[in-house]
Design a protein around this ligand. Structure first.
Ligand SMILES: [Zn+2]
Length: 218
């Protein structure tokens, strides 16, 4: 509310609750779920207007905390560069995020008290642990000012490797022939390779499932 320039915060809070109560009634969802929706919509609006004002800034690199491996995969599928390291300690997480100039994504509110974050050298996005993975995904995308419609229309070349977060590039079918299962080779012509770990991707049933979930949930 402060960021949207609300002068009377208490009035703003009442307005948010009224909107959420309305939404809860109309859509037959719980009040906490409705508050999440209202919050994500508001955050997205604020961030998008800011991002369009600073058009030339590079898209943010994200560093997910040790508990957010699943979210990191979905962030990559929606086109974000998300780093995740199994069992990384909080201290290492903050240090590496600072080195990489990455934005930390965390469910741990204590992490926000660490000096580099509290002093503003490292940016962090806090996501409530009570949200579902897709609500968390939408909140992070809203915080980054990303267009909500893009995630649902994701195609491999706008997406990132779900395994390592590397960029995907289109490759010639014949050049990767030996790595394609014979049945897939017969009916598909477009293939993408991860520039970082080398994994091969195609528009198969797995990709269709990923895309459908992003469309439905984000
Ligand atoms: Zn990869």
């Amino acid at each position: 509310l402060d960021e949207v320039g609300a002068r009377q915060i208490d009035k703003g809070v009442r307005w948010l609750f009224a909107r959420a109560e309305n939404l809860a009634q109309q859509s037959d969802i719980s009040l906490s779920h409705a508050l999440t929706e209202v919050n994500i919509a508001l955050v997205g609006k604020v961030r998008r207007s800011r991002v369009s004002a600073e058009k030339n800034s590079a898209p943010a690199k994200l560093f997910c905390d040790a508990g957010l491996g699943g979210l990191a995969r979905w962030l990559r599928a929606s086109g974000c560069e998300a780093i995740w390291v199994q069992d990384i300690s909080d201290a290492d997480l903050v240090r590496r995020a600072e080195e990489l100039n990455a934005v930390i994504v965390t469910t741990d509110s204590f992490l926000l008290d660490r000096r580099p974050i509290a002093h503003g050298r490292v940016r962090a996005i806090w996501v409530p642990p009570t949200l579902t993975i897709f609500e968390q995904l939408r909140l992070v995308r809203a915080e980054l000012g990303l267009d909500p419609s893009v995630a649902g229309s994701a195609v491999p070349n706008e997406s990132r490797c779900m395994v390592c977060g590397g960029e995907l590039v289109s490759v010639e079918k014949e050049a990767v022939k030996e790595r394609i299962p014979p049945r897939t080779y017969r009916w598909l012509d477009e293939y993408w390779e991860c520039t970082r770990c080398g994994k091969l991707f195609w528009h198969g049933t797995h990709w269709e499932r990923v895309k459908r979930r992003l469309k439905d949930e984000v």
